[in-house]
Design a protein around this ligand. Structure first.
Ligand code: TYM
Length: 326
């Protein structure tokens, strides 16, 4: 059976970008009978940029809760925490022997992160994509539901798979991205993508209606009329949200208003906040149930790690043999 692997770093609560770009794809794939799905919390990747060690465990737990609340089902998917399957880091080291330093240093994702955190130029950050390749390939997963920003990392995974297959005659698949409609969720600030590290850019899955309204209120707009529908910036992003959370017809209606009598942004934002909240409410209710049953969640995490370690251990043994270590 083909396998699917995905993960999210434990940097806090999940936001709409994580949900639309990754979680919706994870949910869709867990329903398919021809696929085995494994979903993790990438706690080790969280350490590649500055983090608070006193918050980490809590953040990891919050991602698990958000996963379960969003509908990841432990009966259908293996849900686990990356650092509880140490085989990932061992395979990561073996992979690092076939990756050139120059290739890693020129990756756009590495350069972006360095710009964002100039004091965080660590070997761990440089190695980020190699660990990610190990995460995926230790399960020989061929499908990876992630947002479009992760494509450069998947390219590295494919290169590593090819190299390993060539040199050591392994049989790694070349994993491809499973894309969703929300593969790129823009920032509420009007610039770039929605991101946890940019204040004012995101809405969390756990936000209540008031918070959603407040966050949307901060999104920049214009006079509401013009000759051409903006393609970038605050208004373009708001229209994208209307399309994602209401529908394309609503977007078209606003576009017509923009070209004629003008959009009233207060109304647009009010309606949009309601539409977003309506989607989030069932997730928030489900989250409460899991919050009230911590032992069930502990059990899911423990069982997830056990299941994942079985597969990961088999792959690692095979690769160590093929590389001459065993
Ligand atoms: P992270 O935590 O940065 O992002 C988690 C997922 O959310 C998606 N995402 C978005 N999608 C659309 N629009 C956005 N604005 C947006 N912001 C975030 C990301 O594309 C990602 O799918 N490197 C991974 C974590 C990871 C991983 C893996 C993923 C580690 N190992 C193995 C898959 C397979 C990451 O960026 O997480």
């Amino acid at each position: 059976m083909k396998r699917v692997l995905s993960g999210i770093r434990a940097t806090g609560r999940l936001h709409l970008g994580n949900y639309l770009g990754a979680v919706l794809g994870m949910l869709e794939l867990q329903e398919r009978n021809d696929l085995e799905t494994l979903y993790m919390v990438a706690d080790l990747h969280t350490l590649t940029t500055p983090y608070d060690k006193n918050e980490l465990k809590n953040n990891v737990r919050n991602v698990v809760l958000d996963y379960l609340a969003a509908g990841l089902d432990p009966l259908k998917s293996t849900i686990f925490i990356q650092s509880q399957v140490p085989e990932h880091t061992e395979l990561f080291y073996l992979f690092s022997t076939v990756v050139s330093l120059a290739r890693m240093m020129h990756l756009p994702t590495y350069k972006d992160k360095l710009k964002q955190y100039p004091n965080a130029s660590t070997v761990a950050l440089l190695n980020y994509p190699v660990l990610m390749a190990a995460d995926i390939l230790i399960y020989k997963a061929s499908l990876v539901p992630v947002g479009i920003d992760q494509e450069p990392h998947l390219e590295v995974s494919r290169e590593i798979a090819r190299k390993m297959n060539e040199i050591y005659k392994t049989d790694f698949p070349e994993p491809i991205r499973f894309a969703t409609k929300g593969e790129y969720v823009p920032s509420l600030t009007g610039e770039g993508k929605m991101s946890k590290s940019v204040e004012g850019s995101y809405i969390n899955l756990t936000d209540d209606l008031e918070t959603i309204k407040k966050r949307l209120a901060g999104a920049p707009t214009d006079s509401g009329v013009g000759k051409k529908i903006p393609e970038t910036g605050g208004v373009a992003n708001l229209l994208k949200f209307v399309e994602l959370f209401e529908d394309i017809e609503k977007r078209k209606k606003y576009e017509l208003s923009y070209l004629s009598d003008g959009i009233k942004y207060s109304e647009l934002k009010e309606e949009l906040a309601d539409a977003i909240y309506k989607k989030l409410l069932p997730i928030q209710e489900k989250r409460k149930q899991f919050e009230e049953d911590p032992r069930e969640v502990d059990g899911i995490i423990k069982e997830g790690a056990e299941k994942a370690r079985k597969i990961a251990g088999d792959t690692l043994k095979e690769i160590k043999e093929k590389m001459g270590l065993l």
